[in-house]
Ligand binder design. Structure first.
Ligand code: FAD
Length: 324
């Protein structure tokens, strides 16, 4: 099956959200380019994720690979996909740019000798190949890139597109590879969920983020309370993380996470470019800042000029009064 392949990632037994976004972008790319787009899911139990991927793509192959049970999946998945790619000759492989997708893309690149364009923020098609948008130099520059050799691997950042299922679901085929994977395995001996980690921050519809203006660990209680009242999660700037007020899992920006919520409420955040690149695609940005000339005022939809310790608790109280 030549054309474009989307490597579907398994998360909690189903399809990772990032793969639904990659599949949506890939389908659009295939329509523009007149190329077939297929999905491929490799795992011990790939069927559920493959079925979900088939909501987005016309054809998905579910490859049963028991070796991913108890072992780090990326090398095993990459080895199986590389073997299939050598046989079937896709031109482009697309993956999510999360930890799993990045690892898999690296191994695939090494095994196939294909180049990688990493962290795409958007995809297009020009002449005979994909164009890949990237945000570089801390978001100061957006570049458009292309492969020169006609084949390549692309990793796509979370929230680069809104997932949209196809008009009708595709077919799922099941496959079993021959023989054992040959690459050395990495056994997973334990997995630990970091306490208080903001795991779903990239998927949250509401993010309430605190910056240096929050003033300390205690100040984050105000942020947390407002986030809870809004049914959202807590984000932070690097300044707050570096100060040790909140852990890194909450950091948003160039060296943190990229979020795309419906509402981003920024409390005591100046709006530095390195923070902006992580939240600028939020649908609505509301900033609470004492300084009316803070850079965030240039791109926020609404700026409340005031002390966050007055404004945020007042909003929280109003929300609680409304719901209670
Ligand atoms: C290579 C590199 C990577 C980086 N990566 C990231 C990243 O991923 N994420 C990130 O966030 N930053 C990142 N940074 C840091 C970034 O440049 C800024 O330093 C940081 O975002 C500033 O955080 P801040 O807005 O919380 O603090 P500040 O810039 O100090 O802003 C604090 C704001 O709070 C306001 N304020 C103060 N008190 C109150 C109050 N009581 N009520 C209301 N408003 C108040 C002030 O007016 C000010 O606007 C990076 C920097 C570099 C060089």
């Amino acid at each position: 099956m030549p054309g474009i392949w989307v490597v579907g990632e398994i998360a909690d037994g189903g399809l990772a959200r990032i793969s639904t976004e990659v599949a949506t972008l890939a389908r659009g790319l295939g329509e523009t380019a007149g190329h077939d787009v297929s999905g491929i899911v490799v795992g011990a139990q790939p069927k559920k994720a493959a079925d979900e991927l088939a909501r987005f793509l016309p054809r998905v192959v579910a490859v049963s690979e028991p070796a991913t049970d108890g072992n780090a999946a990326a090398t095993i998945v990459a080895e199986r996909i590389a073997a299939l790619a050598r046989n079937s000759g896709p031109d482009y492989l697309l993956l999510g740019a999360g930890p799993e997708g990045r690892d898999t893309a690296g191994v695939l690149s090494a095994m196939l000798g294909w180049p990688v364009l990493a962290n795409a923020t958007g995809l297009g098609w020009r002449d005979d190949g994909p164009t890949v948008e990237m945000s570089v130099f801390g978001g100061k520059l957006n570049t458009t890139n292309a492969f020169t050799g006609g084949r390549g691997i692309i990793t796509v950042r979370p929230n680069a597109a809104a997932a949209e299922p196809a008009a009708s679901p595709g077919k799922v085929e099941e496959a079993s590879p021959n023989g054992e994977p040959q690459l050395p395995r990495v056994t997973v001996v334990d997995s630990v969920a970091e306490p208080g980690a903001a795991a779903p921050i990239e998927e949250a519809r509401v993010v309430v983020a605190g910056g240096r203006g929050v003033g300390g660990e205690d100040g984050f209680k105000v942020v947390q309370e407002l986030a809870e009242a809004l049914g959202g999660v807590v984000g932070a700037t690097r300044a707050a993380v570096d100060a040790g007020w909140i852990n890194y899992a909450h950091q948003i920006g160039q060296t943190g996470k990229i979020v795309k919520p419906q509402l981003y409420l920024a409390l005591g955040i100046s709006g530095a470019i390195q923070h902006k690149v992580g939240m600028q695609t939020a649908e609505t940005i509301v900033a609470v800042n004492r300084d009316p000339d803070a850079p965030i005022a240039e791109f926020a939809d609404l700026v409340v000029v005031g002390d966050l310790f007055e404004v945020a608790p007042a909003i929280t109280a109003a929300l609680r009064a409304r719901s209670g």
